[in-house]
Ligand binder design. Structure first.
Ligand SMILES: Nc1ncnc2c1ncn2[C@@H]1O[C@H](COP(=O)(O)OP(=O)(O)O)[C@@H](O)[C@H]1O
Ligand SMILES: [Mg+2]
Length: 242
């Protein structure tokens, strides 16, 4: 569904993503892991059109999207959540999600329709009904995460890119977030997710790609990844136990 071929992105002298290739198959959950600064967020930013790669290409559903803007990529059906989500603090949860509906994938809903869709998306991700019209600043972390997910869903994506969606959540909230992600996949969504809690990523991913210093150092099923010597050396530190 999505093919990333040899993408590279530098910031000044720093090569944040170095000739990374990966394939995302329809209906799968692909986990992206690696130490802090490995280039995970940058790679998602390249796919979603926030950055343009210095080299390499990205093909989505047979179409070259390498040089498209964030907005154009979103309209093609790739939607991303942000690692640091307080982008529109003055908006309410509903308004934040309406942005996704209004500027999303290929449709032009009216404001009224977008408002109703926002409500549906918030409900779908378990957002509390009585806070739908609360300012985003009044939300707790989990409510904020639900809003992010709802906003991404409101754009009717085929592919969801999730950047550390469970960060800041308690273990039980994390579990609930994971079951939400699974439910979305079971309903047909294709998901590429960055996650730093190994227990979570190992449990939820069909396949995992490991980045280190901007380079892909491993790729495989969770059971292969946890026994991969390179991954253990650079990231896991010691053998990981399920
Ligand atoms: N906009 C930017 N300008 C300069 N350096 C950046 C920028 N974004 C990321 N970097 C650098 O690129 C490297 C990879 O960052 P990032 O992709 O955020 O890593 P990760 O998400 O794996 O923690 C880091 O060294 C980071 O400091
Ligand atoms: Mg990151």
């Amino acid at each position: 569904m999505l093919t990333v071929r040899g993408v590279t992105k530098s910031f000044g002298g720093l090569v944040a993503v170095n000739q990374v290739s990966l394939t995302l198959n329809e209906g799968e959950i692909l986990g992206l892991v690696g130490p802090n600064g490995a280039g995970k967020t940058t790679l998602l930013n390249l796919i979603s059109g926030i950055y343009r790669p210095d080299a390499g290409g990205i093909v989505f559903c047979g179409e070259d999207i390498t040089r498209l803007s964030l907005d154009a990529v979103c309209k093609k059906g790739i939607s991303k959540t942000f690692q640091h989500p307080r982008s529109f603090p003055a908006l309410t949860a509903r308004q934040g999600v309406m942005i996704g509906a209004l500027y999303g994938n290929g449709r032009r809903p009216t404001v009224r329709e977008a408002s109703r869709e926002a409500e549906e998306c918030l409900r779908m991700v378990g957002f509390p009904e009585d806070k739908i019209d609360s300012p985003i600043t009044n939300l707790n972390t989990f409510e904020l995460r639900r809003t992010q997910l709802a906003r991404a869903l409101a754009s009717h994506p085929k592919v969801l890119l999730l950047d550390e969606l469970t960060t800041g959540l308690t273990p039980s909230e994390g579990k609930e977030a994971v079951s939400l992600i699974r439910k979305l996949r079971d309903e047909g969504m294709t998901i590429l997710m960055i996650e730093h809690v190994m227990r979570i990523i190992m449990g939820v991913s069909d396949r995992i790609v490991v980045l280190d210093h901007g380079e892909k150092i491993a790729e495989g099923e969770p059971a292969e990844i946890v026994t991969n010597e390179k991954v253990i050396d650079s990231y896991l530190g010691e053998r990981y136990h399920f």
